[in-house]
Design a protein around this ligand. Sequence first.
Ligand code: SAM
Length: 170
Amino acid sequence: MGVQKGAANKARLVTQTTLKWAATKLLATRYSFIFPQFFRVYSPWFEEAFRRDVFAPVSNLTLLTEDRCYLLDRLVRQTALLEGEMAECGVYRGGGALLMARAIAAARSEIGLPPPELHLFDTFEGMPETSGADADVHSAGDFGDTSLESVGKIMAPFPFSTLRPGLIPD
Ligand SMILES: C[S@@+](CC[C@H](N)C(=O)[O-])C[C@H]1O[C@@H](n2cnc3c(N)ncnc32)[C@H](O)[C@@H]1O
């Protein structure tokens, strides 16, 4: 009886340890699962390091979701290695711009080059009037809870970025 109980405890311990290992290695890292088929899906934005180092610093300043921030970060790190200036059209509260500036600074310092100009275009007062071919799903005044000053403060540590207030494409 005692031997059976000992074996059952050991089996339970092994199962628990295996499940914990699987949860740490699979669920909390770069794969998620599609239910109910349980296909593994590459989802690196679930990684702790990405959430902590890239997403958390911008999350309350952007409308971009984690997966979009991940893609933006990867694309900016790659394109920042090329020659030329960079821009964001539609800055709103500055989270996307902050992510871009951080990615540019990191990528360029790795290759020992100064960062390129980052131009940030927006009204910084919300959506302008749109009509005709320019009609938008958003209305005039949407995204108005921002300002040139607030975005300027966020971007101050990145002197290679310039706020360009006004109407796009003017
Ligand atoms: C969806 S928000 C941008 C989201 C932002 N990239 C982020 O990280 O959360 C769109 C922004 O574009 C601005 N915008 C839209 N049309 C514009 C135009 N024609 N000229 C200037 N700004 C415009 C809006 O005021 C708003 O701030």
